[in-house]
Design a binder for this molecule. Structure first.
Ligand code: PLP
Ligand code: COI
Length: 341
C-alpha cells in the first residue's frame, strides 16, 4: 500500500467517507468522453437537470476485496455493468459500455488502493457507479447530457451486527408497480422506500419487506436486498417476479447452493402466509451480503425462522462459501473474479 489511512476498519458501518479519487465521464453529442479521475467530490450541474426533477438516473453497487495474498479483486463487475445498461435503457439514458464500466471501477480502486480494507477485517471497498441526466431541460423528456461517475467508500456491515439475525416487518406500501421500474436500479424506487424504512425502524425492525404490488400476498424484496428461504427439506427458494431487482448476490447464491452445496434451487412465489415451509431465511445483496432473517412481523404476529439470535447452519454455509469466493479463499466459478492490477 503506497499511502496510509488511519481508519479503524473494524468500526466501519455503511456510511459515506470521502476517498481520494472518483471517475467522471461525460456524454454529449451522442458519445461518452474518455473519462478521468478527479479529486473534487462535488458535481456542478444545471439546476434544470432531469436527474433532479424527473429522477432520470440510475446506480450500481459492487465491492472490491483484499485477499490473503494482498491482491485486490472485484466480484462479477460485468454483471453490474449489464444491469446498469438495463437500468439506463429503462429511463432512456445512454448505456455505458461494459468495458468502460469495468475500466472505471478498476481505475477508482487502484487510485484509492489505500482505502481497500485489509484481509481479515471483514470490511470491503464499496463502489458506487451512477449515471445522471444533466444539462438545461424543462419538459418531461430525456436530458441533453449525461454524467457517468464511480466513487468508492470503505464499508463494514449494512445491517447492524452483520452476520447476525435481524427482524423485518411487512411494509404498508409498495416499492414497485407491476409494470413499473422495480427491476431497474433507479433512484425513484429508493425514494419511495424511505418512509416504509423509517416506519419499520421506528417499530424496532431492521427494515421493511415488500410484497408483490398486484396481490400483496407474495414476498418480493427485503428492503434493499432480495429474499431467500431454505425449506424444511433443504431446498433454496427465492421469489420470481418482474418487479424485483435482479440481485447479483442472489443469482450467485443460487449457483453456490446448486453447485457447491448440492441443493435444489427454485425461483418461485413465496407466499407470506406460508412461511412455515422455511426453516431458515435471509436477505442478500452487495451491501447486505447475507443477513439472516430472525423473524418477519405480519399482521401483528412475528414468525420466527431458525432463531432470533443464532444463524442457521445452511445460511452459514452459504455465507462462508460466498465470502470465501469474494475474498479469494474458495475457488470461484470461471469469470466471477476480476483482479485489479
Ligand atoms: N434489491 C434491491 C432493491 C437492491 O437495492 C439491491 C442492491 O443492489 C439488491 C436487491 C441486491 O442486489 P445485488 O446483489 O446485485 O447487490
Ligand atoms: C447494494 O447492495 O449495493 C445496494 O445498492 C443497497 C443499498 C445501499 C441501496
Amino acid at each position: 500500500m503506497s499511502k496510509q489511512t488511519n481508519i479503524d476498519w473494524s468500526k466501519l458501518g455503511f456510511s459515506y467517507m470521502k476517498t481520494d479519487f472518483r471517475y467522471i465521464s461525460r456524454w454529449k453529442d451522442g458519445k461518452w468522453d474518455d473519462g478521468k479521475l478527479v479529486e473534487d467530490n462535488r458535481l456542478s450541474i444545471s439546476e434544470a437537470s432531469t436527474a433532479l426533477h424527473y429522477g432520470q438516473q440510475c446506480f450500481e453497487g459492487l465491492k472490491a476485496y483484499r485477499t490473503k495474498e494482498n491482491k485486490i479483486q472485484l466480484f462479477r463487475p460485468d454483471e453490474n455493468a449489464s444491469r446498469l445498461k438495463n437500468s439506463c435503457k429503462r429511463v432512456l439514458m445512454p448505456e455505458v459500455p461494459v468495458e468502460k464500466f469495468i475500466d472505471a471501477c478498476k481505475q477508482v480502486v487502484k487510485a484509492n488502493e489505500h482505502f481497500v480494507p485489509p484481509y481479515g477485517s471483514g470490511a470491503t471497498l464499496y463502489l458506487r457507479p451512477f449515471v445522471i441526466g444533466v444539462g438545461d431541460n424543462l419538459g418531461v423528456k430525456p436530458a441533453p447530457e449525461y454524467i457517468f461517475c464511480v466513487f468508492c467508500v470503505p464499508v463494514g456491515p449494512y445491517f447492524k451486527g452483520g452476520m447476525a439475525p435481524v427482524n423485518f416487518t411487512i411494509a404498508d406500501y409498495d416499492r414497485a408497480a407491476p409494470y413499473g421500474t422495480g427491476a431497474a436500479k433507479v433512484g425513484g424506487n429508493y425514494a419511495g422506500s424511505l418512509l416504509p424504512h423509517e416506519e419499520a425502524v421506528k417499530k424496532g425492525f431492521a427494515d421493511a419487506i415488500y410484497l408483490d404490488p398486484k396481490t400483496h400476498t407474495k414476498i418480493e424484496e427485503v428492503g434493499a436486498a432480495n429474499f431467500f428461504g431454505i425449506t424444511n427439506d433443504d431446498k433454496f427458494i427465492t421469489p420470481n417476479s418482474p418487479s424485483i431487482l435482479p440481485s447479483i448476490t442472489k443469482y450467485s447464491l443460487m449457483h453456490i447452493a446448486k453447485e457447491y452445496l448440492e441443493m435444489e434451487v427454485i425461483e418461485r412465489d413465496v407466499f407470506i402466509d406460508k412461511l412455515d415451509e422455511f426453516k431458515e431465511a435471509g436477505a442478500c445483496g452487495t451491501a447486505a451480503v447475507i443477513t439472516p432473517i430472525g423473524g418477519i412481523e405480519y399482521k401483528g404476529d412475528l414468525h420466527v425462522f431458525h432463531s432470533e439470535t443464532e444463524v442457521g447452519p445452511v445460511t452459514k454455509k452459504l455465507y462462508d462459501t460466498l465470502y470465501g469466493i469474494q475474498f479469494g479463499d474458495v475457488e470461484a466459478p470461471e469469470g466471477w473474479i476480476v483482479e485489479v492490477e
